[in-house]
Every structure is written in structure tokens, then in C-alpha cells.
Design a protein around this ligand. Structure first.
Ligand SMILES: [Zn+2]
Ligand SMILES: [Zn+2]
Length: 237
């Protein structure tokens, strides 16, 4: 039946026009350019580590200045096809991508999930949500929580004020820009009180936004916060 369907509805690669064998598959070229992370990264910020590494290893930055969250999992390095996936999901109305990609992210995040984990997406300001009509992080956390069979609390966090786009800013500029921009909804706090929160976002760059979100979750009573992101921007050396 699938081959008959393929005759009438050829299956395209997730990110290009190449025909592929399976629904939600990547063609060999896009697969090769996707830079999936498979070990060898910092346990706390998911940046790639040079040389041999073991589970639990941290990068120099996290050793010097630990993050407020406990652990991070990332699916891909933010370059090549990972950029294309994030851009399509975020700006091209390709909300359908959240289905397969959210499942892949769930697999990456599985090792850091605990018995009481609740998934919480990073919020966008309501005005940005109005124009974009959706928050890609909610789509991802919804799919991830379903695959991992964990609780989902999509509206715990709120962006109190709109911030400028952080692209191109330095780490300190990003920190200043998002400082105090995120808080939690008091009536939702009981959903995370005493529990492990898994923050879900599309990209981790310097971690300024995720730091604000972590602090808001801890203020809401979470016992611990971890992070799951689609793509980790490689640090400049
Ligand atoms: Zn392709
Ligand atoms: Zn690190």
C-alpha cells in the first residue's frame, strides 16, 4: 500500500526536494550535513568536547562558572542542515517538522529524564506569538513529552516584555537584554513544585534565556532544572 501511495504522493526529504524511502526521513546529503550529537559533549551545556571524554565531563566554561541548570541534552550542532531545520520550524510555518524532530529530541533527552520530570517550553512574548501564530518550543515540548510519556506544562513561564532579537549579540549583551524578562505564572507553580523541570527550546547559544527560565522555574519551586535543545551553537574558540 505504501508503494502505491508513493507512486501518487512521492515522499520528500524533510529538508529538501529529494525523494526518500520513508516519511519524515532525511536524504543522504541532508543526513550527512545534520551534525547529530552522539556523545563527546559537555554534560552541562552540550558543547562539543575536544579529545576523549566520558559521561559527566564538563567544558572549561562550565567548570569555571557552572550553569544554574543541572544537565543539558542537544540533538544537533547548530550548523549545516540543523540551521535549516530550525529556520523552517521557526519562520516557515513548517510546524509539521516538530513531529519527527520532537521525537528525535526526546531520544536525546531520555537519559536526563527522571521519575518526576515535567517538560516546560521556553516562552516567546505574546506579540511575537501573535505574528508567528505559534511557539516552536511548545510544539517541540508537546511532542517530546508525549514520546517520553512525561507531564507537560506549556504555560508555566511567561515573557513579561518583548526583547530585541538576540542574534549577533555578545554573551553579556544577551544577559543584559533578557535579565528579568521571564517569570512564572503563580497559578501554574504547583505543577512543578518539588519536581524536575526539563526546559525545551530550539537553540542554545550562550544560555542567557535558559538561565532566566531556569531561575524562574526554581523560583516557582522546582527542585532541579535540566535543558533539552534542538541545536547547540558551537562555541567560538
Ligand atoms: Zn535532503
Ligand atoms: Zn559546558
Amino acid at each position: 500500500m505504501q508503494s502505491l501511495n508513493k507512486l501518487f504522493y512521492p515522499i520528500k526529504c524533510l529538508t529538501c526536494d529529494q525523494l526518500v524511502e520513508f516519511v519524515y526521513g532525511l536524504c543522504p546529503t541532508c543526513w550527512g550535513e545534520s551534525h547529530f550529537i552522539d556523545g563527546g559533549c559537555c554534560d552541562m551545556c552540550a558543547t562539543s568536547l575536544i579529545g576523549e571524554s566520558q559521561a559527566g565531563d564538563l567544558c572549561d566554561d562550565c567548570l569555571t562558572k557552572p550553569r544554574p541548570w543541572a544537565r543539558a541534552a542537544a540533538l544537533m550542532v547548530y550548523r549545516g542542515n540543523a540551521k535549516s531545520i530550525v529556520m523552517r520550524l521557526k519562520h516557515s510555518d513548517r510546524t509539521d517538522l516538530a513531529y519527527p524532530v520532537g521525537e528525535w529530541l526526546a531520544n536525546s533527552a531520555k537519559p536526563i529524564v527522571e521519575h518526576d520530570t515535567v517538560a516546560v517550553p521556553v516562552p516567546i512574548h505574546w506579540l511575537r506569538g501573535y505574528w508567528r501564530r505559534y511557539n516552536q518550543s511548545i510544539l517541540l515540548s508537546k511532542r517530546l513529552s508525549k514520546v517520553l510519556e512525561i507531564d507537560h506544562c506549556p504555560n508555566l513561564l511567561v515573557r513579561k516584555r518583548a526583547t530585541r532579537k538576540l542574534d549577533g549579540m555578545s554573551a553579556s549583551e544577551r544577559r543584559e537584554t533578557v535579565a528579568g524578562a521571564i517569570s512564572f505564572r503563580g497559578q501554574k507553580a504547583k505543577r512543578v513544585k518539588g519536581r524536575h523541570v526539563l526546559l525545551v527550546d530550539d537553540v542554545l547559544t550562550t544560555g542567557a534565556t535558559l538561565t532566566e527560565c531556569t531561575n524562574a522555574c526554581l523560583a516557582a519551586g522546582a527542585r532541579k532544572v535540566s535543558v533539552a535543545v534542538l541545536a547547540r551553537v558551537a562555541k567560538k574558540n
